[in-house]
Design a protein around this ligand. Structure first.
Ligand code: MN
Length: 232
């Protein structure tokens, strides 16, 4: 049988050094650094919680290139969230934290762009966050680096500057739920599949960008990700 409309393209993220990583789903962890949780009005170690973005929200940015995203509609408060992204190479369910690293194919630097005003309104109303988080071009991502080259990333600086001025700064060692624990918890709720990406949460210092702004993020051991908000 043939498709009755054109089939959607497979979304893929380039791998540093060559090849393409086909993407299945994008899971995201909420409030996973203590200082960021505080700036969002929360304290303490609450259980991890998750939301998703559609795979086609990704905006892959090549090594050394400057990516571009449109300023999205319906918002007046578009926020940057720099995050470590984990790529799952081997799926599974009920994965123990001690086994989690064997399921990781690689890592990338990502941005969880957020329409904060819409997210906050949905929070206030007790409604889903989709309109604040899962919009078009909401997930810029740099090239994937194989774990075979980076080793397991458990510490290292994660930073973001806007127009050359530092906004966000943290360390991967400050994750409230580390990557292994996140995979353990996530795989109790969903069957992880090869091609899944996990945005692991953002450190403190989130803030707004406007058209023309240049975001430059970096994670020690993974390099940088530069994305401009398209000027109007
Ligand atoms: Mn986030």
């Amino acid at each position: 049988m043939s498709y009755v409309i054109p089939a959607p393209a497979v979304v893929a993220v380039p791998v540093s050094g060559g090849g393409l990583f086909p993407v299945h789903r994008i899971y995201c962890v909420g409030r996973n650094y203590a200082e960021h949780a505080q700036e969002m009005g929360f304290t303490g170690r609450e259980p991890p919680f998750f939301f998703l973005k559609p795979a086609d929200a990704l905006v892959p940015v090549a090594d050394g290139a400057v990516g571009e995203v449109a300023y999205p509609p319906l918002t007046a408060n578009l926020h940057h969230e720099i995050e470590l992204v984990v790529a799952i190479g081997t799926g599974g369910r009920n994965i123990a934290a001690a086994d989690a690293v064997s399921h990781i194919w690689g890592y990338a630097v990502g941005l969880d762009m957020t329409r904060r005003d819409l997210q906050n309104e949905m929070k206030r109303q007790g409604r889903p966050w989709c309109i604040g988080k899962a919009f078009d071009e909401s997930a810029p991502i740099g090239p994937l680096q194989p774990i075979a080259q980076t080793g397991a990333l458990t510490a290292g600086a994660i930073t973001l500057a806007v127009n050359g001025v530092q906004r966000q700064k943290g360390d991967l060692s400050e994750l409230i739920w580390n990557v292994a624990e996140t995979i353990e918890t996530l795989s109790k709720a969903w069957t992880l599949q090869p091609g899944d990406l996990i945005y692991t949460g953002t450190p403190a210092g989130v803030g707004a960008v406007v058209p023309g702004d240049l975001m430059a993020g970096s994670i020690a051991g993974l390099g940088s990700l530069q994305v401009r908000v398209r000027p109007v």
